[in-house]
Design a protein around this ligand. Sequence first.
Ligand SMILES: [Mn+2]
Length: 353
Amino acid sequence: MNRLERMRQKMHEEGIDAYVVLRPENGRYLSGFTGGEATLYVTAEKAILLTDFRYIEQAKGEAPEFEIVKTGQDHFEALAEIGQQAQRVGFEGDFVTFLNYEKLIKGFPQAELLSLPDLVSYLRAVKDQTEIEKLRQAVKIADDAFASVIKTIEIGQTEVEIALDLEYTMRRAGASGGSFDFIVASGVRSALPHGSASSKKIQLGEFLTMDFGAIYEGYCSDITRTVFLGEPEEKHQEVYQVVLAAQRAGIAAVAPGRTGKEVDAVARKIIVDAGYGEYFGHGLGHSVGLAIHEGPNLNMREERVLEPGMVITVEPGIYIPDWGGVRIEDIVLVTENGCEVLTQAPKEFISFE
Ligand SMILES: [Mn+2]
């Protein structure tokens, strides 16, 4: 089944006869249109892409399965005309603004509107071969950038300079951009799980955490490596080894049939048993694809079962306030028997002058 057919089957299961797509990555997934500013309207018979004059030719080329309808900047009036027959209309409740929701109510006065935010993202979770190839390339670009930038890092450089070097290297290698606002966090800032690169200069005697990724043909990679600058103390080694052991155990636990909750628990137990449980305050991982964070997740609540073709991060961390932190993150592809680690960058403890 192609994506549109899977979408219609899912809509049938949910008991809806129409679905409105506004989220760009959902629209791109279903239609192939990369322009971002389009609204999709899907029913059992119809597949319509609404966009304005700037994108008409592009949409015709990229979305052959869809009927392209030209609208003004506001797509809701045209949507209302097209959707007069619909009785139960699904939409992305996590993405539609309040103002757009009011327009939906006005446009579909006859229909029941149902917030079904996970409908398309559910389909997106299992990647097909073409998506896996793009993700492999996005990972490779990030791996190669790490290998190259790690050689040029110097004491006294700022975190921002390192983040820029990573981005520049990846864009030279074919990335269309960074997949998020990179985290380059050194010293006590490495205890900030989401410490964006700052003007702080890196110094001897501290951890340096780099969390970054590339977008390649729409697909996002995500990698984290933590290195030590200078001569580590015993505690630096110890914390690093606990995170690495948890990360390896998490990877070993990834397999079809396991839930995200089960995999999270395996890695978390190692950190808890080592006495650092309170310093690991986030989930073990998230899926990647057209978005940097998508479902399913690996965390304490995730009930969805892993399936071959899912692509997910494994990224435990320990963050000790006013001391520092370590996170190690790889991307893995769920296979028939377990998983394949896509990330190749070395993750043994690295310290350098
Ligand atoms: Mn991540």
